[in-house]
Write a protein of this length. Structure first.
Length: 218
C-alpha cells in the first residue's frame, strides 16, 4: 500500500486529535502502536478492493496499488474505525485500558465524519462508504462488499438486527431495520425503509414497509 504521508505522521495525527479533543494517556500510544500492523493489514485489504479513483495510485512499476491518504476524510474514518475495532478485538492484556482508548477513537471518528459506526460492530473485511454523514450502522450481520452513503440506518427493532448479504448497496436516506433479511447484490433505493421484511437476492427496493416495491435488479 502507498501512503500519502509517513506512518509516524499518521500516528501523530491520531494521537494529537484524541489528545486535544479528550485527554492524553500513556495507553494511547502504547496500544495504538501495538496494534498498528494488524490495523494496516486490514486497511490495505479494504482499500485494495475499492475501485474509487481516490483509493489507488500507480506504483513505480506502473501497476495500480492501494493508496491511503489520511487527509481524505472517508479514508481517515475507515482508519479510525479499523484502529478501534482491532484494538477492541485483539487487546487481551489490558482490556479496560483498551476500551478507554477505543472510546476516544470512536468519539473522534464521529467528530470527523458525522457517522456512527461503533467499534464493537463487526463490519466485513471489505466494505465502502461515501459521504457517510448522518449514517448509523448498528450491530447487524453484514456481507462482504457492503456499501452505504449519507443518511443511512441499519438498526434493531425489539433487539433484533438485520442480516445483510454480499454486495448490498444502500442509497441516500435508506433504512434496514429489525428482522429483515437482505439477499446478495441488492440495491436499497433512496429513502426506502425495510422493516421486518425479506428481500430476495438481486433486487431493487423502493418505498417503505408495508408498501415496499421490489423488482429484479438489471
Amino acid at each position: 500500500m502507498i501512503y500519502g504521508f509517513p506512518l509516524r505522521d499518521v500516528k501523530d495525527m491520531l494521537l494529537n486529535q484524541i489528545g486535544n479533543n479528550f485527554f492524553k494517556s500513556i495507553d494511547d500510544e502504547r496500544l495504538i502502536t501495538k496494534h498498528m500492523e494488524r490495523t494496516l493489514e486490514r486497511l490495505d485489504r479494504n482499500i485494495s478492493a475499492n475501485d474509487n479513483k481516490y483509493y489507488w495510485r500507480l506504483n513505480a512499476a506502473g501497476e495500480r496499488e492501494a493508496y491511503f491518504d489520511p487527509l481524505h476524510t472517508c479514508q481517515w474514518m475507515l482508519f479510525l474505525y479499523l484502529t478501534a475495532n482491532t484494538i477492541f478485538r485483539e487487546e487481551k492484556d489490558n482490556p479496560e485500558a483498551a476500551r478507554v482508548v477505543c472510546d476516544k477513537i470512536y468519539g473522534q471518528m464521529k467528530t470527523v465524519s458525522g457517522c456512527d459506526l461503533y467499534y464493537e460492530v463487526d463490519m466485513p473485511e471489505t466494505f465502502t462508504f461515501d459521504h457517510p454523514t448522518g449514517s448509523f450502522m448498528g450491530r447487524a450481520t453484514y456481507g462482504e462488499g457492503f456499501s452505504f452513503t449519507q443518511g443511512c440506518t441499519v438498526g434493531n427493532l425489539n433487539e433484533v438486527y438485520p442480516v445483510i448479504g454480499r454486495d448490498v448497496q444502500m442509497c441516500t436516506g435508506s433504512k434496514v431495520l429489525g428482522n429483515s433479511h437482505i439477499g446478495d447484490s441488492c440495491l436499497i433505493g433512496e429513502g426506502a425503509v425495510v422493516r421486518d421484511e425479506d428481500v430476495p437476492a438481486g433486487s431493487v427496493v423502493y418505498g417503505k414497509t408495508p408498501n415496499l416495491k421490489i423488482a429484479p435488479r438489471n
